[in-house]
Design a binder for this molecule. Structure first.
Ligand SMILES: Cc1ncc(COP(=O)(O)O)c(C=O)c1O
Length: 392
C-alpha cells in the first residue's frame, strides 16, 4: 500500500444514520492539537481549513478550554431574559475589539441567523421598501432570506416557492453598476468584503467605498457579512477596518466562538436606536457558554498578538507558496485563495495524500486556505514543499 494514502474511515461507524448532505473527506479525526488533526490510525494532518474557517485558535487552546470548563461549572445556561455578567462582558469586549463605529450587539447562533436579523433591522428602518442588493458570487447562508441573497442558490438548492423580497446582484468590483441596483426602493445592500466561498475574492476598497456612498445617497443600510472574513481572519479585527469603511451593521460567526456555535449582529448607534423591545429574539443566542467562548477568543487574539501573526504568516504564504500548480494568490490574511493551473479539487486531493488538509471553493481553480491564526512559518514550509512536489 502507498504509505502516503490515509487509512480509510471505518465503514461500520453508524454514519448511515446521518443525512447524506455533505461529501465526506476520506479521513476520520480522533483528536486534535494546535494546528494538527490526528486520525484514529494515528496519522497527523496539518489543518489549513479549520472546519470551514471556525477553528481560529486551533485545537485545545488552554484559555478557551478553561473558559468553557469554568462557565460550564458556574452556570451552563440562562436566556437573554436573565441578566448575566458574562454576556455583558462579551458584548463590551466585542464592540471594543471591533474598533468600528458600532455600539450594540445582538448575539445569535449562526451566520445565517445574524444576517436574517440584519435584514429585519434594515426593513424596519426603511418601511415600505421591498428590495435588497447583494453581490454576484456571494454566500450569505441557507435560510429563506439570506438564501435568496446567495448567488446561484435559487437554481441550486433554495427549495422554497418564492423569495421574501426583491433581489438583485451587483457584478463584483463594478462601481459603475451600483447605481442601477441600489435605488430608493433598496432597504439594504449586503456584502462580504472578502468573499469566502467564492474563493477568497477581495472586493477592494474602491468598490466598498462606492457601496457606502450609494447607500448614503438613497438611505439604504450597508451590511458587511463578516461571518467568514471577520474576527481577525484578515489580520484586522474586521475587513471593515482593513478597508476603512463604516458599515451600518456587521455580522460575524465562525471564528467568533472557535467552535462553540455562536454569532453576532453588531449595530451602529443609529441602527441600535431602532431596536424595540421584543423586536428580535432567540433562545440560545447570548448563552453564557457562547459568551465565555467569545471572551476567550478575543482575549487570545489580543494577548497573543494573533492579528500580527496572521498578517506575518499569511504574507509568508503568499511569498513562498506560488509553486507547483499554484499560479497566484488572492484574498486577505488567512482567507487565502491559491489560483491553480489544474482543478483545485485535484490539488486538494494530492495535498491530503501528503497529510495536508486545505479547502476548495466555488471557483474550480481556487484552493482556499482558512488556517488557525496560530499557524507558524514552519507549517507553511510543509505546504510549500508539498505543493512543489505536485505536477503543475
Ligand atoms: C460569508 C458567510 N455568510 C454566512 C454564512 C452562513 O453561516 P452559517 O452556516 O453559520 O449559518 C457563511 C457560512 O459559510 C458564510 O461564509
Amino acid at each position: 500500500m502507498n504509505a502516503r494514502v490515509l487509512t480509510p474511515p471505518n465503514p461500520n461507524d453508524g454514519r448511515q444514520f446521518l443525512a447524506p448532505v455533505f461529501a465526506q473527506y476520506p479521513l476520520e479525526i480522533d483528536h486534535a492539537e494546535g494546528v494538527w488533526l490526528y486520525t484514529r490510525a494515528g496519522e497527523r494532518i496539518l489543518d489549513l481549513y479549520g472546519g470551514h474557517a471556525v477553528a481560529a485558535l486551533g485545537y485545545g487552546h488552554p484559555g478557551w478550554t478553561r473558559a468553557l470548563t469554568e462557565q460550564a461549572k458556574a452556570c451552563n445556561f440562562q436566556s437573554n431574559a436573565v441578566p448575566m455578567d458574562v454576556r455583558s462582558r462579551a458584548a463590551e469586549r466585542l464592540i471594543r475589539f471591533s474598533g468600528l463605529n458600532l455600539s450594540s450587539v445582538f448575539f445569535v447562533n449562526s451566520g445565517a441567523e445574524a444576517n436574517e436579523n440584519a435584514l429585519k433591522m434594515a426593513f424596519r428602518m426603511n418601511t415600505g421598501r421591498t428590495h435588497v442588493a447583494a453581490i454576484e458570487h456571494s454566500f450569505h447562508g441557507r435560510t429563506a432570506a439570506v438564501g435568496a441573497l446567495t448567488w446561484g442558490a435559487l437554481q441550486k438548492w433554495y427549495g422554497l416557492p418564492r423569495t421574501p423580497f426583491d433581489v438583485s446582484f451587483i457584478p463584483r468590483r463594478d462601481v459603475a453598476a451600483i447605481a442601477q441596483h441600489v435605488t430608493e426602493n433598496t432597504a439594504a445592500v449586503i456584502v462580504e468584503p472578502v468573499q469566502g466561498l467564492a474563493g477568497a475574492f477581495d472586493l477592494g476598497a474602491p468598490f466598498l467605498a462606492a457601496l457606502r456612498k450609494r447607500c448614503d445617497e438613497v438611505g439604504a443600510a450597508l451590511i458587511f457579512d463578516e461571518v467568514q472574513c471577520g474576527m481577525g481572519r484578515t489580520g484586522h479585527p474586521f475587513a471593515a477596518n482593513l478597508y476603512g469603511i463604516a458599515p451600518d451593521m456587521v455580522t460575524t460567526a465562525k471564528a467568533l466562538g472557535n467552535g462553540f456555535p455562536c454569532a453576532a449582529l453588531l449595530m451602529s448607534p443609529k441602527v441600535a436606536a431602532a431596536v424595540k423591545l421584543d423586536a428580535l429574539g432567540t433562545t440560545y443566542g447570548g448563552g453564557p457558554m457562547a459568551c465565555a467562548a467569545i471572551e476567550a477568543v478575543i482575549e487570545a487574539i489580543e494577548s497573543e498578538q494573533l492579528l500580527e501573526r496572521v498578517q506575518r504568516v499569511s504574507k509568508y504564504i503568499r511569498e513562498t507558496c506560488i509553486v507547483g500548480p499554484v499560479l497566484g494568490h488572492q484574498g486577505a490574511g488567512h482567507l487565502t485563495g491559491l489560483r491553480t493551473s489544474r482543478p483545485a479539487k485535484e490539488v486538494h486531493a494530492e495535498l491530503l495524500e501528503q497529510r495536508i488538509l486545505a479547502g476548495t471553493s466555488g471557483d474550480p481553480n481556487v484552493l482556499r486556505l482558512l488556517p488557525p491564526y496560530v499557524l507558524e512559518e514552519e507549517h507553511v514550509d510543509l505546504l510549500r514543499d508539498a505543493l512543489a512536489s505536485i505536477e503543475p
